[in-house]
Ligand binder design. Structure first.
Ligand SMILES: Cc1cc2nc3c(=O)[nH]c(=O)nc-3n(C[C@H](O)[C@H](O)[C@H](O)COP(=O)(O)OP(=O)(O)OC[C@H]3O[C@@H](n4cnc5c(N)ncnc54)[C@H](O)[C@@H]3O)c2cc1C
Length: 467
């Protein structure tokens, strides 16, 4: 007889949310976590600590450059990096304790140790001392997440050559930071250290930043970041990092080949993406199929190739985002409980928490063009939004892409202050199949930044008021 209805391996946003939902639905549930604290990458070394440093460093920058314009005289702000790191750590601590509390409240059993699928219905947990115990269960959810992607020939020591994890705990501001990769993590952490005083250069293999995001957004955003002082070397790659001297020497080559140059730096951040964490889990022995990138292969119901074993989050295909993992966690718990869990992959917002923020949901112009969809564009700049003007936050715009025939909203892209919160309106509208007209006729509070969303919707029909 199975002891548990469900065992979830991994307590990141996918795993812990899945366990809580399963417990709510009456399933006897356990979570296995190899780390000391719950919450996975997101809470411990990802979303939460990075946003704490982004928030604190943004206020530091404002105190130095913006406060005086508003009549707040604080003199030159002084950085206490150790205290800022403590503030970040306390934020992480509060969040991971919150997950422990929620698991307990929902009567989810927890096991500390490395989980391995010994057979369908059997999970072995190996604790710190090497002692193993076997747990029986009807279903297993693999929620083991992802790990830092590495580059051949570049050794990450987490001191001078760091991954995002090391970049969150530097004990002094590097005079010069070289970031490899102009994706979300590279730009967010590059922004943190630039604001705190580092000279930052970003080397990107492609000819653009933020691959996959709307081009229009990326072009404007790159100009904004350059104005802030971040330098970019696009269509370039770092072939090696020589760490033998007191300064690091990065060998930077054109992506297409050609003469290399040496760029010196004090810290190199390798931010070239993440890889699924699917080794050591006994997947091959159990017959669970993986794709050529090591991701666990699942069907529309998150079922793997072995009955009773499911997978969600960063370890399967799709955007590596905490909220995607959470929604999959809820859906798979409902499916295992006999309900109809579902995730709408057309409406998953994507946010870059820099200043200004970038937020998007749905299709980019490039994707619509490639699919042959005709669309109308409504665009509204924050320079014409009253609240943005008075707050001295006028960089950026809202852009709405709507189907030319039906007016249905197909994509929304925002560069601007608080874009990450504003995108929620667009996501709700798209989930309900809204037309641009629906957003345009919805009353938006004045004066708010969200009026720019309404104005962009009006602009789809060429009738915005404030432009
Ligand atoms: C610096 C950084 C910033 C980020 N910022 C954001 C952001 O702002 N917004 C956003 O949406 N996403 C962000 N992400 C991505 C986000 O963290 C991930 O998409 C999310 O954590 C994935 O959730 P998950 O549950 O699939 O896996 P994870 O959070 O990776 O959790 C997996 C858990 O499984 C455990 N585990 C693995 N193998 C085993 C095993 N064999 N036995 C027991 N336990 C095991 C791991 O220890 C870990 O705790 C960021 C990532 C990084 C690195």
């Amino acid at each position: 007889m199975a002891t548990y209805d469900l065992i979830v391996i991994g307590s990141g946003p996918g795993g812990y949310v899945c366990a809580i939902r399963a417990a709510q639905l009456g399933l006897r549930t356990a979570v296995v976590e190899k780390d000391k604290t719950f919450g996975g990458t997101c809470l411990n070394v990802g979303c939460i600590p990075s946003k704490a440093l982004l928030h604190a460093s943004e206020l530091y920058e404002q105190a130095g450059h913006v406060f005086a314009k508003m009549g707040i005289q604080v003199g030159g702000p002084k950085l206490d990096l150790a205290a800022m790191m403590k503030f970040k750590d306390e934020g992480v601590d509060g969040n991971v304790k919150g997950v422990a509390f929620l698991l307990k409240k929902n009567k989810v059993d927890t096991f500390e140790g490395i989980g391995r699928i010994a057979a369908p219905g059997k999970v072995e947990v190996k604790g710190a001392g090497g002692k193993a115990q076997m747990l029986d269960t009807k279903s297993i959810v693999i929620a083991t997440g992802s790990d830092v992607a590495r580059l051949a020939g570049i050794t990450i020591d987490e001191k001078r050559v760091v991954s995002s994890t090391g970049a969150l705990v530097l004990d002094k501001v590097p005079a010069k930071l070289l970031v490899i990769g102009a994706g979300v993590i590279g730009l967010e952490l590059g922004s943190v250290w630039r604001r705190l005083g580092a000279q930052v250069i970003v080397v990107e293999f492609l000819d653009r930043i933020l691959p996959g995001m709307d081009n229009d957004v990326c072009r404007q955003f790159q100009r904004i970041l350059e104005k802030q002082g971040i330098a970019f070397k696009l269509s370039s790659k770092v072939a090696a990092v020589d760490a033998s001297g007191s300064r690091l020497k990065a060998k930077v080559e054109p992506a297409a080949g050609g003469a290399a140059e040496t760029v010196e730096a004090d810290v190199v951040l390798v931010a070239v993406g993440r890889v699924p964490y699917s080794t050591g889990l006994g997947l091959d022995e159990a017959g669970v199929k993986k794709d050529n990138r090591g991701r666990v292969v699942v069907d529309r119901h998150f079922a793997t190739s072995v009955p009773g074993i499911y997978a969600i989050g960063d370890v399967i295909a799709g955007p590596m985002l905490a909220h995607k993992a959470e929604d999959e966690g809820v859906a798979v718990a409902e499916i295992i409980a006999g309900q109809a869990g579902h995730v709408n992959y057309d409406v998953i917002p994507n946010v870059v928490y820099t200043y200004p923020e970038i937020a998007s949901v749905g299709k980019s112009e490039e994707e619509l063009k490639a699919a042959g969809v005709t669309y109308n564009v409504g665009k509204f700049p924050f320079t014409a939004n009253g609240r943005a003007k008075v707050n001295l936050q006028t960089e950026g715009f809202v852009k709405i892409l709507a189907d030319a025939k039906t007016d249905r909203v197909l994509g929304v892209h925002i560069v601007g202050p608080d874009a990450g919160n504003m995108i929620a309106e667009a996501a709700v509208a798209m989930e309900f199949g809204a037309a641009a007209e629906d957003i345009a006729r919805t009353c938006h509070a004045h004066p708010t930044l969200s009026e720019a969303v309404k104005e962009a919707a009006l602009a789809v029909g060429k009738r915005s008021i404030h432009m």
